[in-house]
Design a protein around this ligand. Structure first.
Ligand code: GLN
Length: 487
């Protein structure tokens, strides 16, 4: 890894902070300077607050000087996707609808990171309301992939992935409804973890599709991801879907779990449409595990071909309901051109939402409307159960599954104008959300033209420790993480 602060791992930096060879102020200043140097080209952030970040860093240094440092995240600059509430800071969901909204409170994950001493640095760009796979749907303009600035970083958490790859943060949080952490992590060459549904509180996350949304970490290494996950996971009374479960010390668990594992290769995930260079890189990762002594077994997830359709019924239905609250009355954009109250709703929503968000609201309203509810929504819920059962059946035979994360490497900005072409980006990731499982992207190589490739490892519910260990076994035997984009 580069000797520059902003390309080191949290583990390395935490050791330097602890050894007092580095202060949080120095580190935060380096990250701020790096952000200023590259942000004009990357555009990963929607907003930053330099005085606030430096004040947080100064507090961290003061705590440490007083012998009250709070663990590995104390003093480390971390960025949050701009759908996660930070009290007193803008919260836009990359939408014109919320362009001037300031959050009155902290999300649970925000409060937890603050408790861990992290320096919260900026709100990161994303697709509007997290709907998309390229960050091109942001009302504030696209984020550029640090490995090739003419290309997308993936999405919807593209700002989180790009900021990390570019050295503008040391870790980031994103949200993943159908792949929005894992796919941008793959396209930007970083680790991205979507936890089991219910492991991380969604309180203070702007809702897209509530039965699918999960917050999770982006990090340079698997160990860093384990550290951030440990800080944000856990039951929360403010999120009724958050699960009461013991949160292990994920970092300590990594050392205890050494395999070998039984790994499943779902044959439906290596079908037509997979970029051959990605297919070859993932095959090599599988070969690595075989050499490690793992049992490799082909498995079948027969309902895979229904994943996309099922997702776009359920996700749009929930989105249409969740986004009903943006009415121009309580908060958000309010039209100045309205003639009466009904017109105010219409005009505010017409002006505030972008094209993709409107498309989803219309689709979702349609599938929920009377007469169509049974034909679409209810049926999709039933198929969802079949999809989950496929995974659970596979997990009777194997400990984890390995697949590509994305069928294609980063594509050119503007290349995919057709919404359906973009929906296909999530073909390997959405099944995991429909089934509520944890999944992680691990960098596993580069294309000939120098674009990152990622492998996805899918684990069993609430077995993040094992999932992380499987990922780390690969990571430690390869040096992909030492490569940085030349910006
Ligand atoms: N790309 C998918 C969508 O547009 C997933 C987005 C996400 O995970 N937030 O819905």
């Amino acid at each position: 890894m580069s000797s520059e602060f902003f390309f080191q791992s949290i583990t390395q930096l935490a050791a330097a902070l602890e050894g007092k060879t580095l202060s949080s102020i120095e580190l935060t200043r380096a990250v701020v300077a790096r952000t200023k140097a590259v942000e004009g080209r990357v555009h990963a952030f929607n907003s930053v607050d330099e005085p606030d970040a430096l004040a947080q860093a100064a507090e961290s240094d003061a705590r440490r000087a007083a012998g009250q440092a709070r663990g590995p995240l104390d003093g480390i600059p971390i960025g949050l996707k701009d759908v996660i509430a930070v009290a007193g800071q803008p919260l836009t969901a990359s939408s014109k609808m919320l362009a001037n909204f300031v959050s009155p409170y902290d999300a649970t994950v925000t409060a937890k990171l603050k408790n861990a001493g992290a320096v919260l640095w900026g709100r990161l760009n994303c697709d509007e309301f997290a709907m998309g796979s390229s960050t091109e749907n942001s009302a504030f303009g696209p984020t550029h992939n640090p490995w090739d600035l003419t290309r997308v970083p993936g999405g919807s958490s593209g700002g989180s992935a790009a900021a990390l790859a570019a050295g503008e943060v040391l870790a980031a949080l994103g949200s993943d409804t159908g792949g929005s952490i894992r796919q941008p992590a793959a396209l930007c060459g970083v680790v991205g973890l979507k936890p089991t549904y219910g492991l991380v509180s969604r309180y203070g996350l702007i809702a897209f599709a509530s039965s699918l949304d999960q917050i999770g970490p982006f990090a340079r290494t698997v160990e860093d991801a384990a550290i951030v996950l440990g800080a944000i996971a856990g039951h929360d009374e403010r999120d009724s879907t958050s699960f009461k479960t013991e949160i292990p010390d994920y970092r300590a668990e990594l050392k205890k779990r050494t395999g070998p594992w039984r790994l499943g290769i779902p044959k439906e995930y290596f079908a037509d449409g997979l970029d051959p260079e990605i297919g070859a890189a993932v095959e090599q990762a599988i070969a690595f595990y075989k050499k490690l002594g793992c049992e490799i077994k082909e498995v079948s997830l027969p309902h895979t071909r229904y994943c996309l359709d099922t997702y776009y019924v359920i996700a749009t239905a929930e989105a249409s309901s969740n986004l009903a609250r943006y009415d121009g009355i309580r908060y958000g954009h309010r039209s100045k051109n309205a003639t009466d109250i009904v017109d105010l709703y219409f005009q505010s929503r017409a002006e505030g939402f972008g094209a993709e968000v409107k498309r989803r609201i219309i689709l979702g309203t349609y599938v929920l409307s009377s007469g169509y509810y049974d034909a679409y929504y209810l049926r999709a819920q039933k198929v969802r159960t079949l999809i989950r059962n496929d995974f659970l059946a596979a997990f009777r035979e194997v400990d984890a599954l390995i697949t590509p994360t994305s069928p294609m490497p980063a594509f050119k900005i503007g290349e995919k104008a057709d919404p359906l072409a973009l929906y296909l980006c999530d073909i390997y990731t959405i099944g995991v959300n429909l089934a509520g499982l944890p999944g992680i992207n691990v960098p596993c190589g580069f294309t000939k033209s120098g674009l990152p490739i990622g492998a996805q490892i899918i684990g069993q519910p609430f077995r993040e420790s094992e999932l992380l260990a499987v990922a780390q076994a690969y990571e430690q035997a390869h040096d992909w993480k030492t490569k940085m984009p030349s910006l």
